[in-house]
Design a protein. Structure first.
Length: 307
């Protein structure tokens, strides 16, 4: 008790002793130095971006305002990179391995920054592309976005299908840990044999980011649109099977396996086997119409005028 009281007295004395001005200045200077150093590290991508767009690829005067969008992307990249380095050093000092969430967060942050940067470049230099190329670019992004939503909404059907076969939620969650197991269902396929759905899902997961990246970065160039159209068509054909499987599983979950239910039979036969494939093929047709440079409105008007 006596020792603890002495320590408390020492701390009180230390607090009451005034700090010399020179020491305060040193602390302030150290803090400012650290702050300026962090700001410089964060701004390195912005400095490189400014140098490249100013010296090698000058931005047209009418598009100079969009340069700020590119700066936002470089700032995001700088902040995420610095934070990743800071936490990475922390993990090394503690002799710990970074968690999977850490890598996902870093990759997601850098990807977001790169996307914003590329979008800014597109806005800055977009004047060199024709109106037709711009329309194709944005409609392609819209179609790939719709395809991604369709895939995300259909993912839960595999869990439902496994639960119908006696697998618990805990079992499914345990076997979905890890990137490959979550997106590709690697362990679940080895244990439960997901069949053709496993291979279709795996190819969609592989092709989707590649197609999206090509559409986002090079979608205004005509030769690239043929490549993205082929990849997009392949994914849509695979998604037909995945979405039909998902809808059938969800329908059985809602209505049961009774074949006498008119609503269930109608959804199975008309909704899943006719509407979904027709809708998907219509999207594919629209994609190729855009690629070949045909205005969809002109096609519709010509079709109506034929009557």
């Amino acid at each position: 008790m006596a020792k603890s009281k002495k320590k408390r007295r020492k701390k009180k004395i230390e607090k009451t002793v005034p700090v010399a001005p020179i020491v305060q200045l040193k602390k302030i200077a150290k803090g400012l130095g650290i702050a300026l150093g962090l700001i410089f590290l964060i701004s390195i991508p912005s400095i490189i971006f400014h140098f490249v767009t100013d010296k090698y690829f000058p931005v047209p005067d009418e598009s100079s305002l969009w340069k700020s969008v590119g700066y936002i992307g470089t700032i995001i990249i700088g902040v995420v990179s610095l934070a990743a380095a800071f936490f990475g050093i922390g993990y090394k000092t503690r002799e710990e391995k970074p968690s999977q969430k850490f890598y996902v967060a870093v990759y997601a942050g850098i990807t977001a920054g790169v996307c914003v940067l590329l979008f800014g470049c597109f806005l800055m230099y977009g004047g060199i592309f024709s109106e037709e190329a711009m329309v194709t670019y944005f409609l392609n992004l819209f179609l790939i976005f719709i395809l991604g939503l369709s895939y995300l909404f259909s993912r839960g059907s595999i869990d439902t299908w496994l639960r119908h076969r006696g697998r618990s939620k805990t079992y499914i969650r345990k076997h979905k840990k890890g990137i490959k197991n979550y997106w590709w269902y690697e362990e679940l396929h080895k244990e439960c044999n997901l069949g053709v759905i496993y291979y279709l899902n795996k190819w969609v997961v592989i092709l989707y980011p590649i197609t999206f990246a090509l559409m986002f970065t090079l979608g205004c160039f005509k030769p690239v649109t043929y490549v993205t159209a082929i990849l997009f068509t392949s994914m849509v054909l695979m998604m037909i099977v995945i979405v039909v499987f998902s809808d059938i599983v969800n329908c059985r979950e809602f209505y049961g396996d009774s074949s006498s239910d008119f609503t269930a039979n109608f959804l199975h036969i008309f909704g899943f086997r006719i509407i979904v494939p027709c809708y998907a093929l219509l999207i594919v047709a629209l994609e190729w119409v855009l690629v070949f440079g045909i205005n969809p409105l002109d096609v519709i008007m010509d079709f109506i005028g034929g009557f």
